[in-house]
Design a protein around this ligand. Sequence first.
Ligand code: CP
Length: 308
Amino acid sequence: MARLSVQHLLGIQNLTLDDIELIFETADNFKEVINRPIKKVPSLRDITIANVFFENSTRTRLSFELAEKRLSADVVNFSSSSSSVKKGETLLDTVNNILAMKVDMIVMRHSSPGAPHFLANHISANIVNAGDGTHEHPTQALLDAFSIREKYKSFRGLKVAIIGDILHSRVALSNIFALKKLGAEVMVCGPNTLLPKYIGSLGVKVGLDVQKALEWCDVANVLRIQLERQQIKYFPSLREYSLYYGITKAMLDKLNKPITIMHPGPINRGVELSSDAADSEHSIILEQVENGVAIRMAILYLLALKKE
Ligand code: CP
């Protein structure tokens, strides 16, 4: 049976193309499982997983918990806001205490880039990065690419534009790494102030004009303005951002070509995407969410296999 080359899922850069294809093929099987009347399999019956979230989350946290429960794992949930972290406990002490209760895997979201990489150097349990600050969000990129694969079958020659707040986005970086590995052409587009200076060195096109980006691409992955990570003003106002970078259904309809709209969520309706665009026939946003459960089942299952 094929195995992943990694013991932890820390980021997309650490995965080989074979790893990504194995995750997709395994997710195909689990997607079939979660669409059955009985959505559960016994694959992780003897495994205990802790979801350790130091940052807010709706989709990722619920999606991991459902994935774990559908694989019959035992699940515990940790939220920093109601924990002894508030009393000054370190990250490593917190995680070592969780592991002392015989936990096999840690799924962690943390605001500090590199936090899961740090843990991986200090503990033996499998770590899954559920988003580390502005760095990577590998399971989001895998579910995004899986959703694109479902619609287009192949990435060869496919043009994907990632539009919005690239500077503060972990989704952008993981998507760039995944899509480039799979053979797609990638453009990032946003105001100059929200594009990192190094971004062109990752082998992506860089654009400032959202209309031109939409004309160029087959798929537009639209990202949220991450106000919570912005210590200074990067643009005059949300109204002005929406005027120059907001995507509406009228803009999509006027393109006179098929286009797919994606968004990792949460959406700021009326800022980066109008409601009629988010809910239009161009959008596969809820398919992304559905696919997230199958992708996370595949990752947890394949990491557990590595232990055997
Ligand atoms: N896409 C994503 O990471 O959403 P949450 O922050 O709700 O988990």
